[in-house]
Write a protein that binds this ligand. Structure first.
Ligand code: CTP
Ligand code: MG
Length: 216
């Protein structure tokens, strides 16, 4: 089975205050961790970057392509560079440096066992409310029914291509498979696999690296 990975790194990091995937973490850039984890289970690797970085050398990737204005558009740009004969595609956020190669293996196994999409999730630890608005006072959701979604997410390649036809928008790719009625299988994510979104997240990742040792 030919497996390709797409690492999306074309975001501007507006909440962080800059493209966090290029920040230093230990001795590497944040995105280098994502690339190394993805490489462990992929035959080929596409890195999606901002257009102004598309000519930069990225030796860890087999192809570097320019991303789009949204995450979904960036995934599509990456997918266009995945060979037609790829059977499984793994999609990963460059901003998740601590996923670990093993999680890619778990996700890949779930797709090999028949999932259209495999998604790592972790329990939600905060109680989650909806915002008040439009006359709705808001309400508290039942936490036991909720999970937080991570990447890497794995897909049968034909499914991922099909759900991206028509240029849909989603904050991840598994939600597009849900919308299309595909079979989404959940696997256990890792608490340490946090997305670097705000400055505090990078500080936490750095502390985790010190505490657990740099896997690179
Ligand atoms: N991403 C991308 N192309 C975009 C937007 C996001 O490749 N147009 C990537 C980011 O680089 C990141 C991942 O998608 O690796 C998750 O997105 P997010 O954490 O939202 O990053 P940003 O969009 O860069 O941050 P923000 O939403 O705060 O602007
Ligand atoms: Mg974003």
């Amino acid at each position: 089975v030919s497996v390709w990975a797409i690492v999306v790194a074309a975001g501007s990091g507006s909440r962080f205050g800059g493209p966090k995937q290029y920040e230093a973490l230990g001795t590497h850039r944040v995105l280098d961790y994502a690339l190394a984890d993805a490489r462990a289970h992929a035959d080929g690797l596409v890195l999606v970057v901002a257009p102004e970085r598309a000519a930069d050398a990225e030796p860890a990737a087999d192809a570097v392509v320019a991303g789009g204005a949204t995450r979904s558009a960036s995934v599509r740009a990456g997918l266009a560079a995945v060979p037609a004969d790829a059977e499984v595609v793994l999609v990963h956020d460059a901003a998740r440096p601590l996923a670990g190669a093993e999680l890619f293996g778990v996700v890949l196994a779930a797709v090999r066992e028949g999932a259209d999409a495999a998604v790592p999730v972790v329990p939600v630890t905060d109680t989650i409310r909806t915002r008040p608005g439009g006359g709705d006072p808001g309400r508290t959701l039942d936490r036991a029914t909720l999970v937080a979604v991570q990447t890497p997410q794995g897909f049968r390649a034909e499914v991922l291509r099909a759900v991206h036809a028509g240029d849909p928008e989603g904050t991840d790719d598994a939600s597009l498979v849900d919308d299309a009625g595909g079979r989404v299988v959940l696997v256990d994510g890792h608490a340490a696999n946090r997305k670097i979104t705000e400055a505090l997240d990078l500080e936490i990742a750095a502390a985790l690296l010190v505490a657990h040792g740099d896997p690179r």
